[in-house]
Design a protein around this ligand. Structure first.
Ligand code: BG6
Length: 369
């Protein structure tokens, strides 16, 4: 079933382009996002006053990315919460709250219990799930399936990009229903989304071998830090999670702006730091700040591996290595920037001789609370 790949994970990373393309398919009509599964929900979606996203692990990071798109296009306030934290604090839920759960397996017990709880408290629940007929979608009021195809490796990769894709489609659908997103803006967003599979394929083509080489050189590394800002922040968290899960080394993700409030104390000579650099074409100011973060940690001896868009020359003097992603509108960068991090974690685990499909102590779907 691995079809010539060294692991299911390697196969599944190679399938990231199709995971996005298949999740989009059938949901865009003449530049408008129309999710057929949400037919008949317009009145409710027009009336919601809050969106709460609940999930665990990688799916929660997809939710954090989705928050930016949901707020941008729907203008509804969005909170993202770990499913296992949500139920134990008497959360505020009303009939106008849309609770969006995200789960690849659809069986994660923490997420399932949170969905049931939200429903019992009168909220409407929508499940973003990769497994047809799983328990969480069955227990939800509405379902938007991701079509990443079966994911076998324990660490989620293609499902992650499919989850972000589904959240963006949901944001554009709800934004349209509410009249919150300008139709021209929506058309541009759809064009960007449709271009993502080709751009991910390009990252795999141009950067995969280099990243694997880098991972090989770094096989003895004991700690890696990840920095990101805005939509790059959850990507930094995801990069760190993958490295812990697969390579069993200490890894932490930080919001780049938080650096000076603590984490910079960790920087000592030789410390590897991945930095997800926002496009200078988005917020030029944010880009400058991240570049100056790189300079600050470099001055303290960090070894910086930047993930930056093609043509961003400002990062060149600052970083030790630059991994390139194709140009995309800022909201779409996470779908590209995560790919080098998936490859890196897998490459480092392989360089250490570890089983990337079945990391120790982990299960693909955790069906206990
Ligand atoms: C963890 C898996 O236990 O569950 C992660 O190891 C996954 O890879 C998380 O992200 C959530 O799983 P699911 O199926 O609910 O998306």
């Amino acid at each position: 079933e691995k079809g010539g790949w060294s692991s299911f994970m390697a196969k599944e990373v190679s399938e990231e382009p199709e995971a996005v393309a298949n999740t989009i398919r059938g949901r865009i009509h003449e530049g408008r996002v129309e999710i057929p599964e949400l037919d008949g929900m317009d009145d409710f979606l027009a009336d919601i006053d809050r969106i709460l996203v609940i999930a665990c692990g990688t799916a929660a990071y997809a939710g954090m990315v989705g928050k930016y798109a949901l707020e941008t296009w729907t203008r509804v306030p969005v909170d993202v919460e770990l499913a296992h934290e949500f139920r134990y604090r008497n959360p505020v839920l009303t009939p106008r709250t849309l609770v969006v759960s995200i789960s690849q397996s659809g069986e994660t017990m923490d997420t399932l219990m949170a969905v049931k709880y939200a429903r019992s408290r009168g909220a409407k629940t929508l499940s973003i799930c990769n497994t047809q007929g799983a328990t969480i979608p069955r227990e939800s009021d509405a379902i938007v399936y991701t079509h990443a195809g079966p994911e076998v490796a324990v660490a989620s990769t293609k499902a992650f990009v499919a989850q972000i894709t589904a959240l963006y489609l949901l944001a554009l659908h709800v934004g349209r229903v509410r009249g919150a997103v300008d139709p021209m803006v929506a058309v541009e967003a759809v064009t960007e989304l449709e271009a993502v599979p080709g751009k991910i394929a390009r990252v795999l083509e141009t950067e995969q071998a280099r990243i694997e080489q880098l991972a090989h050189w770094m096989a003895d590394t004991r700690s890696v830090l990840f920095l990101g800002r805005n939509v790059g922040y959850p990507i930094a968290l995801e990069g760190a999670l993958k490295l812990k899960e697969l390579a069993y080394i200490h890894a932490e993700g930080f919001a780049a702006g938080e650096l000076k409030h603590g984490p910079i104390a960790l920087i000592e000579p030789g410390q590897p730091v991945f930095v997800v650099v926002p496009s200078p074409r988005g917020s030029g100011e944010m880009h400058k700040k991240v570049v100056s973060n790189i300079e600050e940690i470099r001055a303290r001896g960090a070894r910086v591996i930047a993930i930056a868009e093609e043509g961003d020359v400002a990062v060149l003097p600052a970083a030790d290595e630059v991994l390139r992603i194709p140009l995309a509108a800022p909201l779409f960068e996470p779908l590209l920037a995560v790919v080098p991090l998936h490859i890196f974690a897998m490459g480092l685990a392989e360089a250490k001789g570890l089983d990337v499909d079945q990391p120790r102590n982990l299960a693909k779907s955790v069906t206990v609370e």
